[in-house]
Design a protein around this ligand. Structure first.
Ligand code: S3P
Length: 435
């Protein structure tokens, strides 16, 4: 799909974001293995989360839903398998574009008493899996990967696992969550140590579902238990990663006022607010409340004058998915920005250092690639031109927001990539722009 956009004169209105992608994957997987029935509200229509639903269904989990793919906020009813356990899937599980599906399921399947294969699309089959294979093997897992180079498809022959003490070399919630899932069914305690805080939705949900898990100060301790997790009803908070596009749009557009309702504001995810506020953005957080251990709030953003910032260190895992959109804010800010310690961006759905720099440069941004980040000059008037999402959902949305402040028309190829995490993105953009 090709999207043609011109900068609107104003950008205003109120949006409710689709449910958080990370929490949604976890709610389906954990409730799928739990004892009892659960109701999940505000489940997003993005493809990644439905990939997890399909995988859990093919292992015998009953999940009822309205499956039309046109609107967000669906309700799922999940009958957890509990003591009965998952069933051997008849075919290879297809994680498609979703790293979270593949890595979390690998951790779960490592201890199941059957053989499974997990594959994915071309992008996912090129992403590193060594990071889960190595520690899972240390727990006793039998996992084979393609060409011995730790890429999917993964073949997993489920085994009785042993608890381990493991220091994660990189801050990754997918790796941490895979190991927590493996640890739930291992013999003995597992202790995981992170180099810096990555998102902690797994820990919060497992605790709420009766799992024996302690976490904080970068250490997670899991004690396996004989009985399954207890099912948990949850209304999924709005996705702050999806909100980040409107936060940047509201801050950089000359005539903007946007209110975002019900956004998840878990501190392990709010780096985008910290960065934008440090750049001088006019952002207000209101009406904070709780949903099953996850903080939620409404966020108001208005036209702002931004300046550049230095970004790196412990902040990076808290903004890892938001760095492409931050580069748009940085390009139009009055002074330059340097992003460091973000080499992980090279292992996402695309190499996001290269793809972001290349595509925004076509629009006139001045971005120098570093091995682990970017130097962005700032002070740029972006120009509409032809650009391409390269099939990466976050890049498609980043280019869409850049178009809202560019001079002339922007033409985005492969704009349908937004469907991976935020299928109503283009409709929401229309809601904010006057016709
Ligand atoms: C996610 C963790 C992050 C993030 C991804 C979702 C998760 O990946 O980039 O979009 O749900 O656990 P890493 O764990 O590889 O950093």
């Amino acid at each position: 799909m090709i999207k043609k956009l011109k900068a609107p004169s104003t950008l205003s209105g109120k949006l409710t974001l689709p449910g958080d992608k990370s929490i949604s994957h976890r709610a389906v997987i954990f409730n799928g293995i739990a004892r009892g029935e659960s109701k999940i509200e505000n489940f997003p229509s993005g493809e990644d989360c439905w990939t997890t639903v399909a995988c859990m269904r093919s292992m015998g989990v009953k999940i009822k839903s309205s499956e039309g793919k046109t609107d967000d906020g669906k309700t799922l009813v999940i009958s957890g398998v509990g003591e009965e356990g998952l069933k051997e899937p008849g075919e290879a599980l297809d994680a498609k574009n979703s790293g979270t599906t593949m890595r979390l399921l690998a951790g779960l399947l490592a201890s199941q008493p059957f053989l499974s294969i997990i594959t994915g699309d071309k992008s996912l089959r090129s992403r590193p899996m060594e990071r889960i294979i190595k520690p899972l093997r240390a727990m006793g897992a039998e996992i084979y990967s393609k060409g011995n180079n730790s890429k999917a498809p993964l073949i997993i022959n489920g085994k009785q696992l042993q608890g381990i003490t493991y220091s994660l070399p990189i801050a990754s919630a997918q790796v941490k969550s895979a190991l927590i899932l493996a640890a739930l069914h291992a013999k003995g305690t597992t202790i995981l140590v992170e180099p810096s805080q990555s998102r902690d939705h797994t820990e919060r949900l497992i605790k709420n579902m009766g799992g024996q898990i302690e976490f904080g100060n970068l250490i997670t301790t899991i004690t396996p238990q004989n009985s399954p997790l207890k099912s948990l009803d949850i209304c999924i908070p709005g996705d702050i990663s999806s909100a980040s596009y409107w936060l940047v749009a509201g801050a950089i557009h000359p005539n903007a006022r946007i209110k975002l309702s019900n956004v998840g504001v878990n501190p392990s995810r709010t780096g985008i607010i910290d960065v934008l506020q440090k750049m001088g953005a006019n952002i207000k957080i209101e009406n904070q409340r709780w949903e099953k251990g996850e903080p939620i709030a409404d966020i108001l953003v208005k036209t702002s004058k931004l300046r550049g910032v230095q970004i790196g260190g412990d902040l990076i895992p808290r903004i890892i998915d938001e760095i492409p959109i931050i580069t748009v804010a940085a390009s139009v800010a009055q002074t330059g920005t340097v992003i460091k310690d973000a080499a992980e961006l090279r292992f996402k759905e695309t190499d996001r250092i290269t793809t972001t720099a290349q595509e925004l440069s076509k629009m006139g941004a001045s971005i120098e690639e570093l091995s682990n980040g970017m130097i962005i000059k700032g002070g740029t008037q972006l120009q509409g031109t032809e650009c391409d999402s390269k099939g990466d959902h976050r890049l498609a949305m980043t280019l869409g927001i850049a178009a809202l402040v560019a001079k002339g028309e922007t033409i985005i190829h492969n704009a349908e990539a937004v469907n991976i995490s935020y299928s109503t993105f283009w409709q929401d953009m229309e809601t904010l722009c006057p016709s």
